[in-house]
Design a protein around this ligand. Structure first.
Ligand SMILES: CC(C)(COP(=O)(O)OP(=O)(O)OC[C@H]1O[C@@H](n2cnc3c(N)ncnc32)[C@H](O)[C@@H]1OP(=O)(O)O)[C@@H](O)C(=O)NCCC(=O)NCCS
Length: 185
């Protein structure tokens, strides 16, 4: 387990520190799935309520993040890294090998009140170490348009070589409007 100290002191409107709890990073297992699902579902509901994602997009994301789906992913070799305080899971990122040369990052989420303190960066960094351990030369992630710029600057801030690939086509793309970003190590 890695202890990670958030890099920014976030102060709430009541003057209290929001991120005073130390945050630890570790690889997740099956017993963490329900807490990971809760975090991901909360995030997509929040993005829907904020009007950032349409109800149709939210429904697709909730459906594709059921506990059985995440359990299958772990069963099939995907690795999940979580960030947690003493009381809650506050971030997650998955990474999985898609063939001998390529890996895919997915489900990169940080709980709303902990964003902007470096947790997303620490999770991606840990997944990049896993990619190196897996000996893949490249990786990619796919995200809805509203998250692409944030994720691009996050990956680029880690010194990773990133390129936006041309848009996907197909039925799912028509709903989610995702874009794909390729990473070369
Ligand atoms: C994307 C997400 C995981 C980033 O996590 P985070 O913990 O807030 O990110 P960090 O604090 O580690 O920020 C790392 C870098 O990302 C970029 N970044 C973070 N928030 C940003 C924002 N709101 N706008 C632009 N860039 C941003 C910056 O480059 C930042 O580096 P800096 O702090 O040195 O400037 C988080 O915003 C999130 O959970 N979003 C909602 C879920 C989602 O849409 N996930 C995508 C899955 S499809």
């Amino acid at each position: 387990m890695k202890l990670f100290i958030p890099n920014k002191k976030l102060v709430g409107c009541d003057g209290k520190l929001l991120n005073e709890d130390p945050v630890a990073l570790r690889e997740a297992g099956r017993s963490d799935i329900s807490r990971i699902v809760n975090l991901i579902h909360e995030n997509f509901k929040e993005l829907g309520e904020a009007g950032i994602l349409s109800p149709e997009q939210v429904a697709v994301y909730l459906e594709s993040n059921q506990p059985s789906k995440l359990a299958d992913m772990l069963e099939n070799g995907a690795r999940a890294v979580i960030a947690e305080t003493n009381t809650a899971v506050v971030g997650v990122s998955f990474v999985e090998k898609t063939n001998n040369r390529t890996a895919k990052y997915n489900r990169i989420h940080v709980v709303k009140d902990k964003r902007g303190s470096g947790i997303g960066k620490a999770l991606v960094n840990h997944c990049t170490e896993i990619c190196k351990e897996l000996r893949v030369g490249s990786a990619y992630f796919r995200a809805h348009r509203q998250a692409i710029n944030t994720l691009l600057s996050l990956f680029r801030g880690l010194g990773l070589d990133t390129t936006i690939r041309s848009d996907e086509r197909g039925k799912l793309y028509e709903i989610l409007k995702t874009q794909t970003v390729e990473i070369k190590f």
